[in-house]
Structures are given as structure tokens and as C-alpha cells.
Design a protein around this ligand. Sequence first.
Ligand SMILES: [Zn+2]
Length: 494
Amino acid sequence: MKLFSYILCTGILAGWSLPLSGQGSTPDPLMEHFHKISSHDLLEWAAILSSPEFNGRMTGSPEFLKAASWVAENLEKWGIQPAGDEGTFFQWFEHGYNEVHDLGGLSLHIPLKGGNTITKQYSFPDEYFPGMNSGSGEVTAEVVFVGYGVTAPELDYDDYAGVDVQGKIVMFCRDVPYKDSRNPEYARWVKYCYHHYKLDNAVKHGAAGMIYIDGLHANPNISYNPGFVWCGIGDEVLNDLFAGQKHTYREVMDKIDQNFKPNSFPTGKQMTIRANTTWHDGKACNVLGMIRGTDPVLKDEWVVVGAHLDAVGNCGVLLPGALDNASGCVDIMGAARAMAEAGIPLKRSVLFAFFGGEETGLVGSRLVTQKLEQEGKKVLAYINLDMVGNGMGFHLAGGSTYPEVYKHFKAANEKYLHRSMGASEVRPHYGRPRSDATHFEKAGIPTMSLYTTRSVKPVYYHLPGDDVHSLTPEIMEDAARLLFLSLTGIANEE
Ligand SMILES: [Zn+2]
């Protein structure tokens, strides 16, 4: 059956090619497969990755592994070679995860004259957001405000000095009072801006729970502590807790930032935080596929392209992770399929990487850079894709620093895609690393991050709204086509 259809197809193709060659043109596999990359396929794949079946692709969960298998099966089907552990597509690592059973809850107890209280329940997701790595249980206690939640003796800074938080709920803000992460001075503060540090520091001081001023969205990049319950809060809760205090929240924070002097105090207000979660040990993986180069010498030079496959899971409501980052994954899949099926021999080798553990602290990408180093691979360029699926144009961060890599993207865009395209320098940054690209930069690999610009739809960062409807398929098609041409160009450059 297969042989028959092959003969039929070749017959048809041969028939078609006759008049074409008669006119002096031969079919060009590059253009043929360029045009085969279709927004229809990319959107369908993004819909699959964002579906309830994969449950938000939380690293360590069974659904993440299902998503990883689905990607690997596709790569294999298209003829991409495995590049993971022991001849498979997978690079494994241990990774526990927290199952969040429901939205939990947050409420404020307001005392009335005569000894009664009324309780104000906050609503999801506009007023509170469940803690993705929260312990399970319920805590009712007074809320103590502790600024940034930082204890830094060598910087003569301690938000916990002079306040008793034993058995209380602490409230603090993300980041640190020093703001300029482009200044080397920031390096002294950086260890205190990790979410993990802040939670561990609250536990160390005997707090029973915490409310985190971190924006209203899912954040799984934080410690899990079995008995320690927490959630994120927004302006409504802040306004209620600062009502009747001497200063507003903004005034207090501005003052801390100006003179690096903590300003912590008990709010005198009682709250209840409720969380319903189960911690599981688990394992996770990166998915790695490759097309080997054919040049006897140049095949040992590699071009690597990567996107994180994981997302932020399910907080009692599905967090689909379509733009962040099913979009980047399917852009790469589209390019990988075209490269494999076009069958254009590549001089250099290309590695396609789909990382686990990005949202939990850039775990998978660190392991890939370690593997490349251990194997002594010479990597000419790394291209990172994170949130590449909403907008009208492209930007390549790092493109100005690496013109020899960027020129392939620029040429492909100018010749075939005609999108607005910008490039910028790699700038020194002393803050908490926030992209998989960081590990490649640190390994000394010329690294660029591809982004879509000129958003045409709202961005639902780490929210239930980040579903396929938040994507613009046309730019994803062009992103995959851009990658296809650029990666082929880099791999085959003389
Ligand atoms: Zn992301």
C-alpha cells in the first residue's frame, strides 16, 4: 500500500516537474518546505499542548511527561534523530511537584463594635492567587508586614528586626530595595531576590503563613514547605491591610527604597489562608532531537535552538500555557519538521531542545548546557524562544552582539517574510536569571532570544486566559519559517 502510493506520488510529481523543468526552473526543496509550514498545523499543536489532557504541563507531573512523549513522537515521525540519554529523546532529572486541588481561599476578619466580626472573602484571580507550591492546610493569624522579607546582615538590612512573626502571617513584596540590576552593586543583593529564599526566610523566622505581593499570577518557582500555607495578593488586599495605618503601602515601600531602612510592623489585622495541595516526588525531562551534519569536519559544530515545554500547571483552574510557551515549542517543531522533511543536507549539526523545569527555576536548560559541555560540543549559536506567538513583528535580543548569527535572520526576513525586525545588545545583568538563554550565555555561547513584538492580543501571563485564543497563528507561521531558513543558513554557511 505504502509502496503503491509512493509510486503514484512520484509519478504525479514527475509529471508535474516536466513542464516546470521545461521552463528552466527546478523544484526548490527550501521553498517547497518553507511554504509547507502552516499556521493551521502550528495552532493545532499549540491547542494540543494547551489542552486539559496535559494539565498545564507542570514539571514533574505525569501530564508533563505525556506532553514530552507527544513532542518526541512527532520528532521521531518526521525523521529527527534522538539526542537524549542512551539513544532516546529524553534527558531525565528528578523533579517533585505540587498538586493544587482547588483554589483554596483568602479572607479578612473585620472586628465590629460589640465583639462580633465579619469576614471578607477575596476572589480569584483578581484579588488573590493560590500559592502554587503552598503547603496544605489553613492558618488564621495576625498579618505582620515585613517589607521585602529579607535578612541580610552583611548589608546591614533586616526586615525581621524588631518584629515578632512567630505563628503570624507575614506579608512582603518581591525583589529587593536595591533596584538597578544593570549595576554590579546589585550582585550583593541578588541572592535575596529569589522567591525560594524569601519563603525559607519566613519559615526560619517562625511565621505560620505568608501573603506574597508578587503580582496576581501563578508562580511555581518557590520552595515547598509541608506545613507552610501561602498565596499571592493584589491591590484590594493591600488596600484593606493598609487602611487605617500611618502610611499607604506605596509610601512605606518608597521610603524603604530611598534609605535602605526596613519599616516592618504588625498590621493588627487577622486573616485566614486556606490551601488544598499534595506534594509528589516526580521525575521530568528535556526532549532533545537532532539533525546531524554531513560535512566530515563541520558536522561537529552545532547550532542549538530551544524553548521551554513546561508551563505553570493547574491551580484548581487550568493554566494552559499557550503563549508561555506552547508557542515557542510549536514554532521550533514547525521548523524542525520542515528541515527534516526537506532533506537538504546540512553541513553542521542542529540540536532541537524542549526544556522541562523552566518555570521552576531554569532547571532543564542548565542540564542541557552541562551535557553540551561534558560532550565537548562546539556550539556556534543558541537561539531561545519564549512567548513567540502574539504580535506582528520580531525582535532578537542579542542580535546586535552577534551580527554573524543575526545576519541569517535579517536576510531571511528581508527576502521572504517582511516583518518588522529589531535587534539589541546583550546587556550585563546582575539580577535573578529569568530565561533559559542565561545558561547558554554563561557558557560563553553566542545566544539570541527571539521574541514577537507589536502584540495584537492581551497577554495573560501565567493566568487561565493564556489559551490558544491568545495566540496569533500568522506570526507563529512566520517564526517557524524564519527559524527554518535561518537555521539552515547557519548550518550551511561556508
Ligand atoms: Zn516562559
